[in-house]
Design a protein around this ligand. Structure first.
Ligand code: PMP
Length: 393
């Protein structure tokens, strides 16, 4: 009997469904609780309590001990901008040098580029073939004008997790602030701002099954930073604007669930990930894993297939109702290969032949088997018509 076709979504890195428990927690704040947390009268009390309750849940997830160290924003892009520009402008009298890496997300690279036009000097530290930041080069890049280091905790595209504690130690020893873009890591692997010497940490809601349009920035007490949005002085004066209470409540709930389920879900996903990776490497000739083999996110498998294009693979798999991606959804509008894949030393055609699987809550072992059954045939067929493939294939 012919096997049933099934829908297999493995692009959780691009978009995650809202956890139904998160939606349930948010609902009353759309329909029943309408007050403004800044109001003095009694209707301000409930939203104020919920705001602080969510702040506590987000703080707990990342090991922050002081509630005021968590600032709610409109999302990770804003948090990255606030961290980088806010620290740069406020500390300009101390220096104008910022260090980051070649594999950061555009919401880190572009604020740095923009600061570069305003007289700041930016050093881009390279990574090795597996995507790990070169610590010697990082430390060697620090000079007496350096004010900030910005390194992502994990790369959502190649899955590699950075040695953040070591980087934090280097930053601390040199008296330089460390900002960490934690979007791909927080909620999936343990992150602890105190133990890892992190001064600023970007936290996403929509990357942990929470709502979009909200995010957070951890700012260690005493960090010199200035706002980039000015207004009524909410969020300790660092992020003005009426708080988006339903979304903040949702993010708090998402953080609470992520903390409670991180260990079990991490184990389940890394088992599925490893089954997928080894199944592909064993069954598809000339396939390779991008990123680090072990220091990688539990839900990430980035695989490279010689002689074919990732885009045609995506479309062919989509016809079998398997949704994957070729890299970051944020840069898919350009025809350029991923800057991350080029930074780990891949040639243009190798970068173009890469496929990104990001697994999530709804994926099962049967999903992985379905992909492992479909993929070798799709690769074979595309290679047969590829001008890049050797003739004997
Ligand atoms: N940093 C990283 C590592 C990301 O992957 C993303 C996109 N998910 C962002 C920052 C920006 O997040 P958002 O588009 O939700 O603002």
């Amino acid at each position: 009997m012919k096997k049933m076709k099934r829908r297999v979504y493995m692009d959780y890195g691009a978009a995650m469904p809202l956890d139904p428990r998160v939606l349930e927690a948010m609902m009353p704040y759309f329909t029943q609780v309408c007050g403004n947390p800044s109001s003095v009268h009694s209707l301000g009390r409930e939203p104020r309590r919920s705001l602080e309750d969510s702040r506590g849940k987000v703080a707990q997830l990342v090991g922050a001990r002081i509630l005021e160290e968590i600032i709610f924003t409109s999302g990770a892009t804003e948090s990255n901008n606030l961290a980088i520009k806010g620290v740069a402008y406020r500390n300009r009298n101390r220096g104008n040098h910022i260090i980051t890496t070649t594999i950061e997300h555009m919401s880190v690279l572009n604020p740095c580029k923009s600061l570069g036009k305003e007289g700041f000097e930016i050093t881009y530290v390279p990574v090795d073939h597996q995507g790990v930041v070169n610590l010697e080069k990082l430390e060697g890049a620090i000079n007496d004008r350096t004010i900030l280091i910005s390194v992502m905790y994990a790369n959502g595209e190649i899955g590699t997790i950075q040695p953040i504690k070591e980087i934090g130690k280097i930053a601390k020893d040199h008296g330089v602030y460390l900002h960490v873009d934690g979007v791909a890591a927080v909620g999936k692997v343990p992150v602890n701002v105190e133990e890892e010497y992190i001064d600023l940490l970007t936290i996403s809601s929509n990357d942990m099954y929470g709502p979009k349009g909200v995010g957070a920035l951890y700012i260690k007490r005493g960090t010199k930073i200035q706002p980039i949005i000015h207004g009524g002085g909410q969020e300790g004066g660092l992020r003005s604007g009426t708080e988006n209470i339903p979304a903040i409540v949702g993010m708090g709930k998402a953080a609470e669930i992520a903390q409670a389920e991180m260990e079990s879900e991490g184990k389940r996903l890394s088992h599925l990930r490893d089954r997928l990776i080894s199944g592909v490497l064993e069954n598809v000739k000339d396939s390779h894993l991008n990123g680090h083999p072990t220091k990688r996110l539990p839900n990430n498998a980035n695989l490279r297939f010689s002689y074919i294009e990732g885009e045609s693979l995506i479309l062919s798999l989509d016809m079998l109702d398997i949704q994957v991606s070729s890299g970051s959804a944020c840069t898919s509008k350009t025809l350029e290969p991923s800057h991350v894949l080029l930074a780990i030393g891949l040639a243009h055609e190798e970068a173009h032949g890469s496929l990104l699987f990001t697994l999530g809550k709804q994926n099962t072992e049967e999903d992985v088997d379905y992909v492992l059954e479909a993929l070798p045939n799709v690769v074979k067929r595309l290679r047969e018509i590829s001008p890049l493939a050797p003739k004997i294939r």
